[in-house]
Design a protein around this ligand. Structure first.
Ligand code: 6GU
Length: 234
C-alpha cells in the first residue's frame, strides 16, 4: 500500500514545532510508521562563525530576509531537486501569506505525494532565489499575517497527516468531517443523556440508524446554509 509520506520541515525555529509533532495526530502517524517527519534547523546550515541565516534586505526596508545559502545547503543535504527537475510525487512548499489559500481539497491532494518539503520563513521573507529555484507550491493558511511560517507548516502537516489511510482509528471519521464534502458537521453529544436539564436530541438515543443519518444530514445542511452558504453554491 502506498500510504506512507515523508515530510521535511525547514525552519530557523525548530523548537517551536517539537511539542506539536510529538503530542498531536502527527505523533500517532509517526509511531504507526505512516509519516516520516524530520525538522531541519536552518542554523545548522548558517554562514560564517555566527552561523548567520538572515540579513538586511537589498534596497532597504524593515525586517530581515532569510538568506539563500543556508536554505540551498539544507535542501541539497536532503536531496531536494530544483523545481525544473522535480517529480509530481514531491512538493516543495513555501508557507507565505501571499500563497494560494489552503483548503481541504489541497490537503487531500497533498496526501497523494511521497514527499513534502515545507519551508517556514520566520522573518520578513526569504530570498526570492529560493522560491525561483526550489519551490513548487506556495501556501497561505488564511487572510491574516503570522510572524512566521512555523504555525502554518504545523497546520498543513496536521491536516494532511490525519487524512493518511490508517492514521485515524475510525477509518470513516475523516470522511465525515466538516468540509470533507463541502458541508459543516452536525452537532455531537456524549454521555450523559441529560446534563443540567439539557437533553441530548431523542433521535440520537433511538438506535434507529436511518433516522440518525437523516437527522445528521439535515443538521449539516441547516448549519451550512446558515453559517457558510458560500460552500453550497460551489
Ligand atoms: Cl503561510 N505565513 C505567515 N507568516 N503568515 C500567514 C500565513 C503563512 N498564512 C496566513 N498568514
Amino acid at each position: 500500500m502506498d500510504n506512507r509520506i515523508q515530510i521535511d520541515i525547514v525552519t530557523g525555529l525548530p523548537d517551536l514545532l517539537g511539542g506539536f509533532i510529538e503530542e498531536s495526530i502527527v505523533g500517532i502517524a509517526r509511531k504507526k510508521g505512516i509519516v516520516e517527519l524530520t525538522v531541519h534547523n536552518l542554523r545548522d546550515f548558517g554562514v560564517g562563525k555566527h552561523r548567520q541565516i538572515d540579513d538586511y534586505p537589498y534596497g532597504g526596508g524593515s525586517g530581515m530576509v532569510l538568506m539563500a545559502e543556508p536554505i540551498f545547503r539544507c535542501l541539497e543535504s536532503i536531496g531536494v531537486k530544483p523545481n525544473t527537475e522535480g517529480t509530481d510525487r514531491e512538493e516543495v512548499i513555501f508557507l507565505t501569506p501571499d500563497g494560494q489559500r489552503f483548503d481541504q481539497k489541497t490537503a487531500n491532494a497533498l496526501t497523494m505525494k511521497h514527499r513534502l518539503v515545507l519551508i517556514a520563513g520566520h522573518y520578513k521573507g526569504i530570498d526570492q532565489r529560493v522560491r525561483d529555484y526550489f519551490v513548487t507550491k506556495e501556501i497561505s493558511i488564511g487572510d491574516y499575517v503570522l510572524s512566521g511560517g512555523e504555525l502554518a507548516a504545523a497546520v498543513v502537516v496536521d491536516a494532511v497527516c490525519r487524512l493518511m489511510p490508517g492514521v485515524l482509528g475510525d477509518s470513516m471519521s475523516a470522511l465525515s468531517d466538516s468540509f470533507q464534502d463541502d458541508t459543516l458537521d452536525a452537532p455531537a453529544y456524549t454521555r450523559p443523556a441529560s446534563f443540567r436539564e439539557m437533553d441530548v436530541p431523542e433521535v440520537l438515543l433511538s438506535g434507529d440508524h436511518r433516522r440518525i443519518h437523516d437527522w445528521r444530514e439535515s443538521m449539516r445542511m441547516d448549519k451550512t446554509r446558515e453559517r457558510r452558504p458560500d460552500l453550497l453554491d460551489l
